[in-house]
Design a protein around this ligand. Structure first.
Ligand code: URA
Length: 261
């Protein structure tokens, strides 16, 4: 299993450390780091603004932040998604970075209950920097609308963030290099349900081999999140008769999420 650590920006790494420590220092508000209260704490629990510092390691982290010049700390999960986007946008971990026009990170609500995960950007997505905006994307948008949702209600991303030349299948080392990004997106968004679109999305996220025909429509699980595998919209464009299967899968998803009556 891969795990994600940002080291591109030391300040971001500090904020990630604090966020991962489980201590929510504030929501929209800020925790004051300056001076008197917690930063003097060398042991035990102490106050930083409204928050409790529960251990000395965290106290030391906060001292470090003050020492390098911070006076305020504001932690938002959506900022973490933004931090991740900056890292992904600068990624050169595989050969696809050489040929891409834009990195296609993901769009939608950072608090989405439902996440759609596709394979990789195509030509339109590479040009626009947004997932599922071409013909297959239009069909996905129609499916989302049929579920009585909008693209803004859900989150849409791919297991591969850069377009494979000529839309070839992603190579195993490309999937490997990109996997931490989609996993981290799932971790930050915390959806209730993930719909994987096509074989590559399913296999790469779960790191197992599947037959999409056998797996589709069956609930699976990824890190405690329910996963509904279904066909890729590009497959539906070539095989419209399979649309009814996808709709039957989406009805299960709607039932799980309690939407659409
Ligand atoms: N196909 C995908 O898998 N993802 C996109 O973003 C577009 C087409």
């Amino acid at each position: 299993m891969s795990s994600f650590l940002t080291i591109a920006d030391p300040q971001a790494a500090r904020r990630l450390f604090l966020a991962r420590s489980g201590l929510v220092l504030s929501g929209a508000a800020v925790a004051l780091l300056a001076g008197r209260d917690a930063l003097a704490a060398k042991s035990g629990a102490a106050q930083v603004g409204d928050a409790r510092i529960l251990n000395t390691a965290l106290g030391a982290e906060l001292e470090f932040l003050r020492d390098i010049g911070y006076t305020h700390l504001d932690i938002h999960e959506s900022d973490l998604l933004g931090e991740l986007q900056r890292v992904v946008t600068a990624c050169e971990q595989c050969r696809l970075s050489k040929t891409r026009t834009q990195v296609v990170y993901g769009v939608g609500s950072p608090k989405a209950d439902l996440m759609f995960i596709g394979e990789a950007p195509g030509r339109d997505e590479d040009l626009q920097g947004e997932p599922f905006v071409g013909r297959a994307g239009q069909l996905l948008t129609d499916i989302i609308k049929a579920m009585k949702l909008t693209r803004d209600d859900v989150y849409i991303a791919n297991v591969i963030k850069c377009r494979p030349p000529e839309n070839r299948n992603p190579e195993p080392d490309e999937l490997e290099a990109c996997r931490p990004y989609i996993r981290r997106q799932v971790e930050l968004i915390e959806p209730k349900v993930i719909v994987t679109l096509g074989r590559f999305a399913l296999q790469s996220l779960l790191e197992r081999t599947y037959s999409i025909t056998a797996a589709r429509g069956q609930w699976l699980e990824y890190n405690g999140v329910k996963v509904m595998p279904t066909y890729h919209p590009a497959f539906l464009l070539r095989n419209p008769a399979a649309k009814k299967d996808v709709w039957s899968d989406m009805k299960k998803v709607m039932g799980e999420l309690g939407i659409g009556g």
